[in-house]
Design a protein around this ligand. Structure first.
Ligand SMILES: Nc1nc2c(c(=O)[nH]1)N[C@@H](CNc1ccc(C(=O)N[C@@H](CCC(=O)N[C@@H](CCC(=O)N[C@@H](CCC(=O)O)C(=O)O)C(=O)O)C(=O)O)cc1)CN2
Ligand code: MET
Ligand SMILES: [Zn+2]
Length: 776
């Protein structure tokens, strides 16, 4: 029999229950016991739901209160001293690493002040994981009552035998980094770490686990030789333990493993291998050819990264190919990756039109797809004839739908000319014109766009969406919010203002809701990091802009400000990447359509008197194909072109900013430079300022604002701390080039900490402004 398998299930619950519980716990409104109970309830509900769908192999330990990599950091006691020294409850120590903790002294406890660990993108997704941070001489120790064992037993007690999911040792270390000031290469610690896996796996076996899913997605990357070499000793050692540990299914996803296929012989004693054949179907044959004589192949045929209904015909064909080669008992039908990246259930969507709703499949629906495909392969297609027929009808209907095709958009795309990618003059001429118009001081201060999205803002928007208040009332409310943030920025003494984005639910969804070719959902939330979720809009057809999207708010904000007001847009690549893209036309075509729509918006903003315009591209880096080579070059070429197409319609005196919130820009620095943005703001506060050296090496001529403080945490940076950061930056960047700004937008913060942090930031900038004014 061909079994069905899910690699991981979304954690939040049907109504974002986990988000609500964790935030209530952080806010002191839910006890620790209540939070833990809610986690348990959700796990059970998700296991049951998969069981009811008929899934044979159900994951456990895919749940997390924040992030599964962070779970492993705690599980292996890989915790920097700065967290352990406070003797916090394990769950609080866990959250302290995830989001930082700042607590005043009380009678009982001493004061706590720790920043979070670094958080970065999980491969090429919009999910963030907490980066393992290791020390020279790092030791590991298995935590007592290990989470994977506890959760396995929890499911077992409910009558469900699960397959625990672990991040594999090579990937865990390969994704890690040495702590600031430490020299250790994380992968060199693999021998230290291995005994902990041995102990954990032994305990899982004792608890009754027959198989374990061990995730080694790093195998899809270009691996440095020292990382690649680590697989052999690790898996020989583990499989050498024989029956003492569960059988291992080694899972890879988000890419192919063909370029690392020489690792496979070393893994031939591993029970099974999982590959993603949604993303890379062509790897199937090579991997089959490289399997050991008894090894299982888990084929990922249902997309864990997108929401399109699986095409049963092609999925079954691919699966049958594997069955022909290996036999029914050696093939597992699986999701391509964890379903973490898909929303919970389509059933919650009451407002979607039937026509498009029929094209989608969310996590719950995907579990049913998996069992149908497994049955088709086990018992023959006729055994699920009705499902196959309905599926092919739906796939066909989408194929021929008038919704997907807009000749006017295609026509405009065909008329794009090379000059449309170029600003009128080179940077030196532009910056002189901008300086004349804007008259900014040295070390200009600004923010990245959003100000706190308060409860009140969300409530009013919710009331407006539900029709409880009118459009005029909502507009009035937004205007008042804009007035408030303008006034606050005046008081803070910032130099370039923003309107604060109060009207936006999300920087991508907001645009999705205003563009033709998109549909959006009401409940389709996906975890982005910790308790934070996004509702990616869905691109179903050709994209165009029926009317201006942001002009009203920005124009109003500019009209009430005595300093330059920065207009705020989300760039084409970010709109694309943080939406669910179409799978029927190339992403470059969708990006170009978005770029044309945004170009019109940029030009309209300028015409409305907004002379600083920021086009955010935080997803540019994450879209980079995971492996070096032609695919990467192609991506960079069309991604850069889309950005340039979107911003190049303006005069020299209009200053174009762009923003990125990641610090790993070394490997595609040339693309960042090619954007030709006048000012870049980049996340930098959690990384070594040394990373900025690339700007020196490449003689980057334009302006840069490396973030001076982390915005993911409520922790307030001191003025001294910010001054130190600026001082470090000045080792690499000239004072004429440097802007002072936070790492990213402030929407997730509270006003209290926001104001204090910005006061400290502005004071730090003023300090350097004076210092350099005197020096000249
Ligand atoms: N798409 C996207 N990806 C991104 C980012 C981003 O900003 N957007 N930023 C980076 C980091 N990721 C982030 C992701 C989410 C959030 C975030 O703040 N999310 C909000 C939801 C934002 C949103 O869509 N809000 C809606 C809906 C809010 C809501 O929950 N409303 C209530 C009702 C109102 C209430 O009583 O509060 C409901 O629907 O039940 C709105 O404001 O209108 C959250 O999880 O809380 C922040 C950063 C990387 N990736
Ligand atoms: C994730 S990048 C965020 C940029 C956006 N302008 C904001 O400030 O929220
Ligand atoms: Zn950002």
């Amino acid at each position: 029999m061909v079994q069905s398998s899910v690699l991981g299930f979304p954690r939040m619950g049907v109504n974002r229950d986990l988000k609500k519980a964790t935030e209530a716990y952080w806010g002191g409104k839910l006890s620790q016991a209540e939070l833990l109970a809610e986690g348990k309830r959700l796990r059970l509900e998700h296991w049951k739901l998969q069981k009811d769908a008929g899934i044979d192999i159900i994951p456990s330990n895919d749940f997390s209160f924040y992030d599964h990599v962070l779970d492993h950091i705690q599980l292996f006691s890989c915790i920097p001293d700065k967290y352990t020294k406070y003797n916090l409850d394990p769950i609080d120590e866990f959250f302290a690493m995830g989001r930082g903790l700042q607590k005043p002294q009380t009678d009982k406890d001493s004061a706590v002040d720790v920043p979070s660990l670094e958080m970065v993108k999980w491969f090429d997704s919009n999910y963030h994981y907490v980066k393992p941070t290791v020390q020279d001489g790092q030791k590991f120790k298995l935590k007592s009552d290990p989470k994977p064992v506890v959760e396995f037993l929890e499911a077992k007690e409910a009558g469900i035998i699960t397959r625990p999911v672990l991040v594999g040792p090579v990937t865990f270390l390969a994704l890690g980094k040495a702590d600031r000031g430490q020299k250790v290469d994380p992968i060199s610690l693999v021998e230290e770490l291995l005994p902990v896996y041995e102990e954990l796996l032994t305990k899982l076996k004792e608890a009754g686990a027959e198989t374990v899913q061990i995730d080694e997605p790093s195998l899809v990357l270009d691996l440095p030789p020292r990382v690649k070499k680590a697989f052999k000793p690790v898996y020989e050692k583990l499989t050498g333990l024989g029956d003492k540990i569960p059988k291992l299914v080694l899972a890879t996803y988000f890419g192919d493993i063909v370029h690392n296929i020489d690792v496979l012989p070393a893994l031939s004693d591993v029970y099974g291998i999982h590959i993603d054949i949604v993303r890379n179907p062509e790897q199937l044959e090579t991997v089959i050819g490289a399997l050991g004589p008894k090894q299982l192949l888990s084929v990922g045929v249902v997309d864990g990264r997108n929401i399109w209904k699986t095409n049963f015909r092609t999925a079954v064909e691919k699966a049958e190919k594997a069955v022909q080669a290996l036999g029914k008992d050696r093939v597992i039908i699986a999701s391509s990756s964890s379903l973490l990246h898909t929303p919970h259930t389509l059933e919650s969507e009451k407002k979607l039109e039937d026509e498009v709703k029929d094209w989608f499949s969310f996590a719950v629906q995907k579990t049913h797809e998996l069992t149908t495909i497994a049955k088709a392969v086990t018992d023959g297609r006729f055994s699920v004839r009705d499902q196959l027929e309905a599926n092919s009808k739906s796939i066909h209907a989408r194929w021929i739908s008038a919704r997907t095709n807009d000749p006017k958009v295609k026509d405009r795309q065909s008329k794009i000319t090379p000059v449309m990618f170029e600003r009128k003059s080179p940077f030196p001429i532009r910056i002189a014109a901008q300086q004349k118009l804007l008259n900014l001081p040295l070390f200009p201060t600004t923010t990245i766009g959003s100000f706190p999205q308060t409860k009140e803002i969300r409530i009013q928007r919710n009331r407006f969406t539900k029709g409880e208040i009118t459009a005029e009332e909502y507009e009035k409310f937004i205007e008042k919010e804009i007035q408030d943030v303008v006034k606050i920025q005046e008081e803070l003494g910032l130099d370039v203002y923003v309107h604060g984005e109060p009207e936006r639910n999300d920087m991508v969804q907001y645009f999705g809701e205003r563009l033709t070719g998109y549909v959006f959902t009401t409940h389709a939330w996906v975890q982005s990091y910790g308790s934070r979720c996004v509702r990616p809009p869905i691109i179903v057809g050709d994209i165009s802009r029926p009317a201006p999207m942001t002009v009203k708010e920005s124009k109003y904000a500019a009209s009430i400000s005595n300093k330059p007001m920065k207009g705020m847009l989300t760039g084409p690549i970010t709109c694309l990447r943080w939406s669910y893209p179409r799978d029927d036309i190339h992403q470059s075509v969708q990006a170009e359509q978005l770029a044309l729509a945004l170009r019109d918006e940029v030009v309209d903003l300028e015409a409305a008197g907004v002379y600083v315009i920021q086009v955010d591209e935080p997803a540019l880096r994450e879209g980079l194909p995971l492996r070096k080579g032609l695919e990467r070059e192609n991506y960079l070429s069309w991604a850069v072109k889309s950005f340039r197409l979107s911003v190049s319609g303006v005069q020299d005196s209009t200053q174009i900013h762009s923003h990125f919130c990641y610090s790993e820009f070394q490997d595609f620095f040339s693309a960042i430079a090619a954007l030709d943005a006048d000012v870049l703001s980049i996340e930098n506060s959690k990384s070594d300022a040394k990373l900025l050296k690339v700007f020196v090496d490449e003689a980057y001529p334009r302006h840069i604002g490396p973030g001076v403080y982390d915005i993911h945490s409520p922790r307030i940076p001191s003025e001294e701390e910010i001054k130190d950061r600026i001082q470090e930056m000045l080792e690499y960047l000239s004072p004429e080039q440097l802007w002072v700004d936070p790492d990213c937008g402030l929407k997730t913060r509270q006003w209290k900490e926001t104001k204090t942090s910005l006061i400290n930031m502005v004071n730090a900038a003023k300090f350097y402004r004076e210092k350099y004014a005197k020096a000249n």
